[in-house]
Every structure is written in C-alpha cells, then in structure tokens.
Design a binder for this molecule. Sequence first.
Ligand code: CA
Length: 233
Amino acid sequence: MRILVVEDDAGIASGLRTNLQQRGYAVDVCDGVAAAWSALRAERFDAVLLDLGLADGDGSELLQRLRLSPAADSPLQTALPDPATPVLIVTARDQVHERIAGLDQGADDYLAKPFDVDELDARLRALLRRAAGRASPTIRYGEIEVDPAARTVRRQGRPVEMSPREFSVLLVLLQARGRVLSRAQIEEGLYSWDAAIESNAVEVHIHHLRRKLGATCIQTMRGVGYFMPQESL
Ligand code: CA
C-alpha cells in the first residue's frame, strides 16, 4: 500500500515515514500543495495523509482539487489523479469547525496532532478497507484468508509465511481482483520514489505466492500483467 504524506514539518514528515515504513507501507513525502498535486498526477496512491497548514498554501485546496478531478472512465484506464483517493487530514487545527469544514470538503477522516501512531495506523487501515468496499477486516478469497491489519495469511486455516513484499503484492492484486494490473502498477504499490527497484522483483514475488497459495490464484495475461480472478478458481 502506497501512502503520500503531505507535510511541511520535516521532523513530523520523517517520523511518519519511518513509522509507516516499519508497518509495511511504501511512503512518499511532499512538503506543499504544488509538489503534492504533481505527485498525485504522476503516481497512484492508496491514501493521502494531509496537513492543512502548508508552506505554499492550504491543504484543503489540494483536497478540493483532487475531489473535482475527473473519474476514470474504464477500470483499466489509469486516469490520474483518482478523485476517490482516501484522504486523512492530520493537523494541529483541532477546532470543531475546522474538522467539519475538512470533512465537508471530502476528507475521509480527521486526526488532530499530536496523535498516536497506532491510532493513525488503525484509521489508515479502516480507510483502505472502506476504499476497497469491504466492511470486514479479513479478506476471504477461496481457501485463502488475509488479515491486512495483522499482515497474516492463512490457507485452508493454516498460517502461510511470507515476506512483507510478497504480502504487499498479494494485497495489491487482491484489492484489485478481477482487474489486470501491469508490473508497473504492482511496483507502484511496493516502492516509494527513493527505493531501488529490482528489475524482476514482481515476477519473483508472484512465483513465490503461487507456490505458497496455489498455482491458479494469480493469473498471467501475457504482455499485459497479472490478475486474481473475481472468484477464486
Ligand atoms: Ca504544517
């Protein structure tokens, strides 16, 4: 899961980056409205953590611009930015009217600074779950059961060991089930800008996932990418 942190306080930004990376997220940081808008137009993010008081403007401008951008016409179309990208406002402005304004402008949730990182992570998981259209915290797919919060996978009730990257690939494909994702789209969910990408990493992770979860769980569409069928085979 890839998160964009929009925060102009370098200390808070680096703390968020470290904490979220330890929890398995790919994290990119922007310090202002303009930089964040460029990032959202260039890459797909699963959620945005948005500070309101930014050096070059107010975070709510970015939120409004994002919500007004056109929706993708086709599920295969990668029109960016996605206006439905979940946004969690994280700010020192904790006045009730500020919170209401933020939620009215289309924020999905609101957290006042200073905040507890465990609470932030829990809210982030809830946002990602809602964004994927699921109310239940566990994802069931045939004989596979995935718990995104605990980052555990079971197959026929038995725990399956996997690396954090394998888990991320599985989650990206599972949340997009029924849709074909290119290798680049899968990589976007795995790496932040500054991370080195190994050229055949996605293929290797998928090879391991098939070995652990069954050969048919992830399908290849030659020359296009990978997908998990809507219903497990
Ligand atoms: Ca700020």
